[in-house]
Design a protein around this ligand. Structure first.
Ligand SMILES: [Zn+2]
Length: 282
């Protein structure tokens, strides 16, 4: 779709079902928005506040609606940090476990962002001075605003506020989706969005375009959290691979196919069920 943003590429997968796939130059997470006819639903927000603002703008422009509510697939900040860009009268839905994980990690998260902000602010201000490419200048200036916001003593995050412990269906006048409560897989309390008729599924971080063992063994940045339940993660990947689905939207990376689900399942089995990652790390 033709939408001007430096942060993502926008695709309409089926009438009313859109995905924002992170731009290659600025790798971040993916999101979606769904026009149900009578509702506009946002699936995941984005880490960068300006990418979330662009996502909201795109959703309004292509559906001629205001967002009705937001769904967080899980509590990780790259999918939830943009929540604060939505007005408070728009409910944000997550699983109850995602909300408790959010609170469990909140202080550490805020400390981490505030911790890196000062240094990043200084560094970004230096680079932007030398930059000549307009898109890059925009990106760096947005980063400067983001880090400045992190340092503000009133800076806070918006948690989900509409909590569920089970799967549910959103039946709109135009489209229908199943929000499937997976439980513990990638994190405690994952949810995915499954359009059965259109053969499309938004997998959140249950699926990556290219999982990499070094995410879990690196030291800087901090290593990625291991999956909450590798067995259920693999079982879910296989279950959805075997369904009649054509389009798989991963949490990170480009649009995936069945082959990617197979590879993800093999990856998590190898490193987290057979535990080869600990052997690699040692
Ligand atoms: Zn995640």
């Amino acid at each position: 779709m033709d939408f001007k943003t430096i942060y993502f590429d926008l695709y309409e997968l089926s009438p009313g079902i859109y995905t924002a796939i992170t731009a290659e130059k600025l790798p971040s997470s993916n999101a979606g928005f769904f026009d149900f006819g009578n509702y506009l639903v946002i699936f995941d927000t984005l880490f960068d506040p300006f990418s979330t603002i662009d996502l909201i703008e795109a959703s309004k422009q292509f559906t001629n609606k205001e967002p009705s509510f937001v769904i967080n697939s899980h509590y990780h900040m790259d999918h939830l940090l943009g929540n604060r860009k939505f007005p408070l009268n728009i409910p944000i839905i997550s699983s109850s476990k995602a909300l408790s994980e959010y609170y469990k990690n909140l202080n550490d998260t805020l400390k981490r962002y505030k911790g890196i902000a000062g240094q990043e602010l200084k560094r970004t201000k230096e680079i932007v001075k030398k930059e000549t490419e307009p898109d890059k200048i925009l990106e760096y200036n947005n980063d400067i605003k983001t880090y400045t916001e992190f340092l503000d003593e009133n800076f806070t995050l918006r948690p989900p506020d509409f909590i569920t412990n089970s799967s549910f269906t959103i039946q709109g006048t135009k489209n229908q989706v199943q929000i499937v409560h997976i439980g513990d897989a990638h994190t405690s309390g994952d949810m995915i969005a499954y359009f059965e008729k259109e053969k499309i599924v938004f997998m959140g971080d249950l699926l990556f375009e290219q999982p990499d063992p070094s995410w879990y063994t690196r030291t800087n940045p901090a290593p990625a959290d291991p999956p909450a339940n590798p067995q259920r993660l693999c079982d879910t990947l296989i279950e959805y691979m075997e369904k009649d689905i054509d389009i798989y939207i991963p949490g990170h990376g480009k649009i995936c196919s069945k082959k990617d689900l197979q590879e993800n399942a093999e990856f998590f089995e190898k490193y987290f069920i057979k535990n080869e990652i600990t052997k690699t790390a040692a």
